[in-house]
Design a protein around this ligand. Structure first.
Ligand code: ADP
Ligand code: MG
Ligand code: MG
Length: 248
């Protein structure tokens, strides 16, 4: 059974069509990677899966656990178990990490999350990520280094425990340490009950993961699919030969 199923999706912003008949499915427990040149529509796809209000779906279908989600608001999608990690985490003065996570968890579960057990879980998870527990009481991302922002992102992933994690790491220019944090963190998160859809140019992100499927996105469509060997192929040959095969 597919967790996420997208069929012939047409979508864009204002009058501009960006996704032009895109189809893609992700099964439960699977790790999928999207590769594609700059401007091909990768980030747009992630935003549309999350229901970002700036984008409009004009055709096709999108289901999560078999349920149509094209009309669902972003918070409903979060409640269903979708999570998008931001490419460039925002600094939010006034919002304390612990409160943000607890509020998000309450919103997602629809239940009151008791402070003390939550704090205990948070502390244990931060310990696992080798984070100083002091960060729980700091303003979200304010004055955080790149690596600390990435750790905080992984902390969100582990604490909110979504069914499908959408990770857009494309243009983030991560340094070696940050790549390692993401790579180990996603591996820590992933298990047979959840799925990951990852956009990355940096294949070291995938070091600790078993990739099930790779999709190549070009000009708003998936033009090629394959196993992890496709990553090596594109790393060495680039996207040009796929484009030629498409046109040829
Ligand atoms: P990628 O993540 O693959 O680099 P994007 O999804 O960011 O590509 O962008 C795909 C295309 O859609 C680009 O031409 C981009 O300029 C355009 N686009 C994306 N978002 C918007 C927007 N909010 N307004 C106008 N154009 C957009
Ligand atoms: Mg079509
Ligand atoms: Mg992008």
């Amino acid at each position: 059974e597919q967790l996420l199923e997208i069929k012939d999706l047409h979508a864009g912003v204002e009058d501009k069509e960006i996704l032009k008949g895109l189809s893609l499915s992700v099964g439960k427990g699977e790790v999928h990677v999207i590769l594609g040149p700059n401007g091909s529509g990768k980030s747009t796809l992630m935003n549309i899966i999350m229901g970002h209000p700036k984008y409009t779906v004009t055709g096709g279908s999108m289901t999560f656990e078999g349920e149509d989600m094209t009309e669902m608001k972003t918070f409903e999608r979060s409640r269903k178990g979708l999570f998008l990690s931001f490419q460039t985490p925002e600094e939010i003065p006034g919002i304390i990490v612990e409160n943000m996570l607890r509020t998000a968890k309450q919103a997602i579960t629809g239940e009151k999350v008791k402070l003390l057990p939550f704090r205990k879980e948070l502390k244990a998870t931060m310990q696992e990520l080798k984070m100083d527990p002091e960060y729980a009481q700091r303003y979200l991302n304010v004055g955080f280094s790149g690596g600390e922002k990435k750790r905080t992102e992984i902390l969100q992933l582990l604490m909110l425990n979504p069914k499908l994690a959408l990770l857009d790491e494309t243009d983030s220019g991560l340094d070696v340490d940050a790549v390692q944090i993401v790579s180990e963190g996603v591996a820590k998160f992933h298990n047979e009950d959840n799925s990951c859809l990852i956009i990355t140019h940096n294949t070291r992100i995938l070091e600790h993961l078993k990739v099930d499927k790779v999709h190549v996105l070009m000009n708003g469509q998936i033009v090629e699919e394959g196993g992890p060997e496709l990553i090596e192929d594109i790393n060495s040959r680039g996207f040009a030969h796929i484009r030629e095969e498409q046109e040829g």
